[in-house]
Design a protein around this ligand. Structure first.
Ligand SMILES: Cc1ncc(COP(=O)(O)O)c(C=O)c1O
Length: 384
């Protein structure tokens, strides 16, 4: 890995994240390109089998994005117009859009500030007569409180769709996320813990009927090539991408270990700084995979400027909770204040560099800058 990565201005000394594409992936892509059907080729099915085995479910159905994985999962579960899908406003917009895409309505409940994921007590309060699905998000790679959410779903006769788009390989009490709810959904967008070198997604489930419906829906609604049983989509994962995904999946555990090691170094170097909140570490059998390393401070914008001006890429995931996005304000009349914890997270969060290629020196450099920022109270005098 080069010490300095030059991209844009100022010179980037520490990238926020970068996808890793090695020779074996390039070779796998080439092989698939030259020897397989470009759509639904052998690599697609091999990738699905390997992914199902990895997550610990019977079936995995690939799609062309995480967004479409979520939408197809809801349709495959029989979610209908008018149904309510309960989720968190502290997520990427697709976690709620999937409900709208199938004619259902997203209903939000606030997060638990200890994990930034759906708070089961808030979820219980937000249930309606029409709730059909609870859709927790394993945000930043940290598993949601699945025991409590599964208990709630069972008590009320609801289905659970895990949005595991940021949590490939995360473990909750001995089980991989994506294998706990009725369905799990993953994204392979290039910034994720593993990618297919482009857009892609996966649906995981133990339910044969759901798997069959999902496989049909992502393939134009086919039951066989000339027979259409459903109103489906062209939402397949391309063969070349699947071939790359297969090799990426083999690297995933090693990469997640690297992320955990980097996280430990951050915890060590950043602990005890007044005014700085570090991410949840996981306990009681919860093993996060640090898709993002998200710190929080009241001085977020000044810290961001300070880091950027010193060549450290950082980002905000997310500047606005879903309910305050313009389209959600327009559709549902949200005004702010409805979900104070999600709003506080969005106001104070900052994602600092996290990916397996980070060196210890780079992590130390980031931490020194953060320490200096707080030691000298740099937010007071403005940032150069
Ligand atoms: C939590 C979450 N849900 C859903 C998605 C949608 O995935 P995609 O970008 O592959 O459509 C993403 C990623 O972008 C995500 O982070």
């Amino acid at each position: 890995m080069p010490e300095l990565v030059r991209q844009g201005k100022p010179e980037v000394r520490v990238p926020l994240m970068r996808p890793i594409i090695d020779e074996e992936m390039v070779e796998a892509a080439l092989q698939a390109l030259q020897n397989e059907r470009l759509v639904l080729g052998e690599s697609v099915f091999k990738f699905e089998e390997a992914f199902a085995r990895y997550v610990g479910v019977k079936y995995a159905i690939s799609t062309n994005s995480g967004t479409n994985a979520l939408q197809i999962a809801l349709l495959a579960l029989g979610v209908k117009p008018g149904d309510h899908v309960l989720t968190t406003p502290a997520s990427f917009v697709a976690s709620a859009n999937c409900a709208l895409h199938v004619g259902a309505e997203p209903v939000f409940a606030d997060i638990d500030m200890r994990t930034y994921t759906l708070d089961p007590a808030e979820a219980r309060r937000a249930l309606t007569e029409r709730t059909k699905v609870i859709l927790p998000v394993h945000l930043y790679g940290h598993p949601a409180d699945m025991d409590a959410l599964m208990d709630l779903a069972e008590e009320k006769g609801l289905l659970v769709v895990e949005d595991a788009c940021q949590a490939h390989g995360a473990v909750y009490k001995g089980r991989k996320v994506g294998s706990i709810g009725h369905v799990g959904c993953f994204s392979f967008y290039p910034s994720k813990n593993m990618t297919v070198a482009g857009d892609g997604g996966m649906i995981t489930t133990d339910d044969e009927e759901v798997a069959e419906a999902a496989a049909s829906l992502r393939n134009c609604g086919r039951s066989d090539w000339y027979t259409f049983e459903r109103v489906g989509f062209t939402a397949r994962l391309n063969t070349v991408n699947a071939a790359i995904g297969l090799v990426q999946l083999r690297r995933l555990d090693k990469w997640n270990e690297a992320r955990r090691r980097i996280a430990e170094l951050y915890y060590k170097l950043l602990s005890g700084i007044e005014g700085l909140v570090l991410p949840p570490r996981g306990d009681g059998g919860v093993r996060p995979v640090y898709h993002l390393f998200v710190i929080r401070t009241e001085h977020r914008d000044a810290l961001r400027e300070w880091l950027l001006s010193n060549g450290v890429e950082c980002a905000i995931h997310y500047p606005l909770p879903i309910h305050l996005q313009p389209i959600y304000r327009r559709l549902f009349g949200f005004r702010g204040g409805e979900f104070p914890r999600a709003e506080e997270l969005c106001r104070t969060c900052l994602s600092i560099p996290m990916w397996p290629g980070l060196t210890d020196d780079q992590v130390r450099y980031v931490c020194e800058l953060i320490e200096e920022f707080f030691d000298k109270g740099l937010w007071r005098r403005g940032v150069p």
